[in-house]
Ligand binder design. Structure first.
Ligand code: ADE
Length: 262
């Protein structure tokens, strides 16, 4: 047997004696929160998710990441995944049959989400809901998007990470995964930090300071070095409220409505 790569269209495979699990960068673990990502660029993953706390948690098996190559489900010798838009216009549209085959291969427990600027805004509440479930299957678009029929057929939900248009869904998928994985038990060392931070309480986070006590003629606010914990708490709450009121009137209005009876 030779170990010269054999060509199979755009892919080449090599015969190997190595067991599968050892050559998979992040082995699949049973009953672990799993992000399945359908993408034309599986090599982009884990990317930034492989660094810092999410990266350590991935290595430690606190969550799993399974990229699925959409190209593998492409049609014909060239593994075509897209075609021109019906009705004309610029760009290309991902084919319903190709996406359907990829979904069948990738589908696991938890919702299927198509990352799209047309989707419902992704929020901290959604990240918390996803973190409480078994995982998520994410479909990353490219080009002009996905044939609507496959989204309708499977009732696939669309989620946006903001009112701007990215080149594809991969960065959005990474943002969604990052925001969710950091909420999984044991991923952040200090669990309290997720409770205090921006959005969890519906307010933006208060400012933070550290040494040196004076920098460029600027002092740390005196209350923070007073040792008076109650005064520190009050100051932080006031700062959070003031920041939210001035920077995010939309969040402030919701906060006031939610705390009407307090
Ligand atoms: N794909 C392209 N732009 C996007 C966005 N803003 N959110 C989610 N997915 C996207």
């Amino acid at each position: 047997m030779t170990d010269k790569p054999r060509s199979h269209g755009r892919k080449s495979i090599r015969v190997t004696a190595q067991p599968r699990e050892l050559i998979t960068p992040t082995p699949t673990l049973k009953d672990v929160w799993t992000a399945r990502v359908i993408t034309l660029f599986p090599e982009l993953f884990p990317g930034v998710l492989g660094a810092s706390l999410t990266g350590k948690a991935l290595k430690d098996g606190a969550w799993c990441l399974e990229p699925f190559d959409l190209r593998q489900h492409g049609i014909g010798r060239h593994r075509n995944v897209d075609d021109t838009p019906a009705g004309g216009g610029a760009g290309m549209v991902l084919r319903a049959d190709v996406v359907d085959a990829a979904l069948a291969a990738a589908r696991g427990p938890g919702p299927v989400i198509y990352l799209s600027p047309r989707g419902a805004p992704f929020t901290q509440a959604r990240a918390q809901a996803l973190a409480a479930g078994p995982g998520v299957t994410l479909l990353c678009g490219r080009f002009e998007g996905v044939d609507q029929r496959v989204l309708d057929h499977h009732g696939i939900e669309e989620v946006s990470i903001g009112d701007y248009v990215l080149t594809g869904g991969e960065i959005a998928a990474m943002a969604l995964i990052d925001a969710t994985v950091r909420l999984l038990p044991g991923v952040l060392g200090n669990a309290a930090s997720t409770e205090e931070e921006s959005f969890s309480a519906g307010l933006l986070e208060h400012p933070q300071y550290t040494r040196p006590a004076e920098w460029q003629g600027r002092q740390i606010p005196e209350v923070l070095t007073s040792g008076n914990h109650a005064a520190v708490e009050t100051w932080r709450r006031e700062q959070a409220e003031e920041l939210t009121r001035t920077r995010r009137p939309d969040l402030w209005a919701r906060y006031l409505a939610d705390h009407d009876n307090d």
